[in-house]
Write a protein that binds this ligand. Structure first.
Ligand SMILES: [Zn+2]
Ligand SMILES: [Zn+2]
Length: 280
């Protein structure tokens, strides 16, 4: 039912800013359907250029799938025909078109040209038994075949669905955030992990990621005591042992202790740069 206020305006019409269709004047610039799309475009953080491109497209062709011409579903996001915003070219953030959800999945990270090439080649293969000739895919990445993104941490495992990291890295990422490590430190730790895996910076030993009670549990260590600019990963045990020593001091005393233990040689004292606290 229309309210009294809306009835007053019942004769005045306007054009939807999205699809351009005639609609009743109301508080929104968009018609019922386009208002929903506008909200999603906003929520999904498309840039102004892309939104403009999308509306121009809709204005011309309506809510139809770019790849199939089918009229798309707006409300039911479980439908394969649900309207999603599809990039024509994965690298071009400015060009998005409406597409059916499942066709957009099929297109995955192919450019439009590549997509059509393979659609036709597959069809020829199926219908005429022609061999599918390979063409190079410009934007293909590991894991894109399953729609999975690669973990932003280790770059090895697939990321959890809808997340940036794999399960393992997600926990590490959370802990780094929780410990308020500097952004540069976080980046350096990921670089390190990609290169060497989850191994101790000082010893190269593999670290335990799950059990916080383990002496080999991964912890973040100030490379220089109390200096937040360089953080490395090490085991809980080594972190304890190293305490307020620098890396150099630490190895120095390890050597000294080992020699003492093995050969009974005297441990030579050395001034410690950062040790200025009462023993706890
Ligand atoms: Zn509209
Ligand atoms: Zn990972």
């Amino acid at each position: 039912m229309l309210s009294v206020k809306q009835k007053k305006h019942i004769s005045s019409h306007t054009k939807c800013r999205g699809c351009g269709k005639r609609m009743l004047l109301n508080s929104s610039k968009y018609c019922f359907y386009c208002a929903k799309l506008a909200k999603r475009l906003h929520n999904e953080h498309f840039r102004a250029k892309a939104r403009k491109y999308f509306w121009a497209y809709l204005h011309k062709r309506g809510r139809r799938c770019h790849y199939s011409g089918i009229l798309l579903e707006i409300d039911d996001d479980t439908s394969p025909w649900y309207l999603v915003f599809s990039r024509l070219d994965p690298a071009d953030k400015a060009k998005i078109v409406p597409a059916a959800a499942f066709l957009n999945e099929m297109k995955s990270s192919l450019s439009e040209k590549e997509f059509w090439y393979y659609v036709l080649a597959l069809d020829d293969h199926r219908e005429k038994h022609l061999k599918v000739k390979k063409i190079p895919l410009v934007h293909w990445q590991v894991g894109s075949s399953t729609g999975d993104k690669v973990c932003a941490g280790c770059w090895r495992a697939p990321a959890l669905k809808g997340r940036k990291f794999c399960a393992r890295c997600a926990r590490i990422a959370f802990r780094m955030k929780h410990d308020r490590l500097f952004r540069e430190c976080i980046n350096e730790i990921w670089d390190y992990v990609r290169k060497y895996g989850f191994v101790c910076y000082y010893t190269g030993m593999p670290l335990e990621l799950d059990d916080p009670k383990s002496p080999w549990y991964l912890v973040f260590d100030h490379w220089m005591p109390r200096d937040p600019r360089k953080i490395v990963i090490t085991s809980s045990l080594l972190n304890e042992m190293k305490s307020d020593l620098t890396e150099k001091e630490f190895w120095y005393f390890i050597r000294q202790l080992a020699n003492f233990r093995r050969h009974g040689s005297v441990v030579r004292k050395r001034k410690l740069a950062y040790w200025c606290r009462p023993y706890r």
